[in-house]
Design a protein around this ligand. Structure first.
Ligand code: NI
Length: 158
């Protein structure tokens, strides 16, 4: 396990499209372990592989209900809308209000290559959509209806 360096905007690697994972080997497992450790260390709720400089279709999310690892994720269904605040470990200190689907159903593979589907709503759905965007070089600042500095109270709590 190891904490990796988080790539910060405007590093061009954040604008690349990530490639499909084909090998579910030890390298992938190490990447996933490191990404989870890096995310928790930074008090994040999600982290995508491009954010540690790896252009593979991989992200991890933990909104408080446990870690979920997504490899080669795709949205298979979405429903409703939610407008709410979002931040990103690659854009520290900035928040933005982003319109997202309220519920999403996603298909992905686990670290062994087994396919699974998962449904989420509200904050979990938002996190999945945000992380999926990273795999296509899209950042929340591209989508935000407005951006603002993270409130000071929030920084103090971290
Ligand atoms: Ni992000």
């Amino acid at each position: 396990m190891g904490i990796r360096k988080i790539v910060k905007h405007p590093d061009p690697v954040l604008r690349e499209k990530s490639v499909t994972v084909k090998k579910f080997n030890q390298n992938l497992h190490k990447l996933l372990d490191d990404m989870a450790e890096t995310m928790y260390h930074a008090n994040g709720v999600g982290l995508a592989a491009p954010q540690v400089g790896i252009l593979k279709r991989v992200f991890v999310v933990d909104v408080g209900d446990g870690l979920v690892e997504f490899i080669n994720p795709e949205i298979v269904a979405k429903e409703g809308e939610q407008l709410g605040p979002e931040g990103c470990l690659s854009i520290p200190g900035l928040m933005g209000d982003v319109l997202r689907a309220k519920k999403v159903k996603m298909k992905a593979q686990d670290r062994h290559g087994n396919e699974f589907t998962i449904e989420g709503e509200d904050f979990f759905a938002r996190a999945m959509q945000h992380e999926l965007d990273h795999l296509n070089g899209v950042l929340f600042i591209d989508l935000a209806v407005r951006t603002y500095t993270e409130p000071e109270e929030r920084e103090k709590n971290e």
